[in-house]
Design a protein around this ligand. Structure first.
Ligand SMILES: NC(=O)c1ccc[n+]([C@@H]2O[C@H](COP(=O)([O-])OP(=O)(O)OC[C@H]3O[C@@H](n4cnc5c(N)ncnc54)[C@H](OP(=O)(O)O)[C@@H]3O)[C@@H](O)[C@H]2O)c1
Length: 365
């Protein structure tokens, strides 16, 4: 009888979603380290980004068809540690950002296809790199491509203090002489003004449509809508003729830690029948945007635009804001920070917070 040889499997820490539900469904677990293959690279993750869509995912609202258990996280940044035999674009030691819209990035090491990573400039921190794809790329497509914002025009940015909102404000202010309306909790108004919002709106105490029309009676030229439901319908009342509204999210579906089915149905119901007659008579452009499906269907556009964002960064035209950094075992506090609407800019998780003190450039934590 042959003696069996025990093969030691290397393991690593990762944040797993063990089922749909509340915070307790996210668990820090020890899982096997990925093994490199032909067209892939292995990256040691130094920092990974938290996005609003991680809230939809945990609650089971929207998951790209992926079912738990799986490692959470859409994006990360770190150092290449191994490359597959077909990879010539990257080498060991390269600093990169990476993404996977089917999750898996909240982990000490990740394996991604070479098309899912991008070199970052020397002076870009790993925390900043996490703002590039989900925040700046989204913002660029909204403001410049779909929105086609031009000098002298005006824009309304919903959730202007969030990751995407912060980026969208900076992209919008790069266009000359633009009026920027931005909604946010009132405690964030000073910060968003510094970032370029010319008209902050306290949406909790004031009607955002009335506030916009007070200063821009014909309405704004471009609206970034990430709220959906009644806010998407109402926003059309402050969009001028030939204006464009770009719909990117369903934030209104989140109402606390656990999934609220009634709230979800309400938001879905409110937007299921767009009044097409209204759209025609008001000369409105209604667009939808998903960076995940741009990556899948228009990969060249995705990469070319990423290149443009890196150029804006190198020319000091954009500056990502990190709200706070948290270790993997603080993931629940980090998530609460977003659910409780406290963040200004990006929330970032660090697999090894203690070993990366130089990365801890925090404003709040
Ligand atoms: N389609 C795409 O490809 C794409 C890509 C990236 C992001 N998005 C969407 O863009 C939006 C922003 O994403 P993000 O990752 O940058 O997140 P974020 O804006 O940083 O999200 C947190 C902030 O959203 C605001 N908010 C509004 N409604 C909320 C609610 N129901 N619960 C909790 N907070 C709420 C809060 O700020 P205030 O209350 O102070 O405003 C909160 O601080 C989300 O809707 C997301 O789904 C879409």
């Amino acid at each position: 009888m042959e003696a069996s040889v025990a093969v030691e499997v290397e393991t690593m820490k990762a944040l797993m979603l063990t089922g749909f539900g509340g915070y307790e469904k996210i668990k820090l677990q020890e899982i096997p380290k990925p093994i490199v293959s032909d067209d892939t690279v292995i990256i040691e993750i130094k920092a990974c980004g938290m996005n609003f869509s991680d809230l939809y995912t945990r609650q089971g609202i929207f998951t790209h068809g992926v079912k738990p258990p799986f490692v959470l996280g859409l994006e990360g940044a770190g150092v290449v540690t191994e490359v597959g035999s077909n990879v010539t674009e990257f080498k060991v030691g390269d600093r990169v950002l990476c993404w996977n819209f089917k999750y898996g990035m909240w982990s000490e090491f990740v394996k991604v296809h070479k098309s899912q990573c991008f070199a970052i400039p020397e002076n870009m921190t790993f925390t900043e790199a996490n703002c590039i794809v989900t925040n700046y790329l989204t913002a660029y497509f909204v403001i410049m491509d779909f929105g086609n914002l031009r000098p002298g025009q005006s824009v309304l940015i919903q959730s202007a203090a969030g990751g995407v909102g912060w980026a969208a404000t900076q992209i919008a202010r790069s266009v000359e002489n633009v009026k920027i309306f931005g909604t946010a909790s009132s405690s964030k108004h000073e910060m968003i003004k510094e970032n370029g919002v010319t008209h902050p709106i306290d949406y909790k105490n004031h009607d955002f449509v009335e506030e916009v029309l007070k200063h821009e009676p014909s309405g704004v030229h471009v609206i970034l809508d990430c709220l959906s439901g009644v806010d998407f319908i109402r926003a059309q009342n402050c969009l001028r003729h030939m204006g464009r509204i770009v719909h990117i999210g369903i934030s209104n579906m989140i109402n606390g830690e656990k999934r609220n089915i009634l709230q979800n149905l309400k938001v879905w119901w409110q937007t299921k029948n767009i009044n097409i007659f209204n759209v025609i008579m008001k000369n409105h452009g209604i667009c939808g945007l998903s960076i995940a499906s741009i990556f899948e269907n228009e990969p060249e556009t995705f990469r070319n635009t990423l290149e443009k964002i890196m150029n804006l960064y190198n020319d000091d035209k954009i500056s990502p804001r990190i709200d706070s950094v948290w270790s993997f075992d603080e993931v629940v506090q980090a998530t609460k920070c977003m659910v409780e609407r406290k963040n200004i800019g990006k929330i970032v998780l660090l697999p090894k917070k203690d070993e990366n003190t130089e990365l801890v450039e925090t404003f709040q934590n």
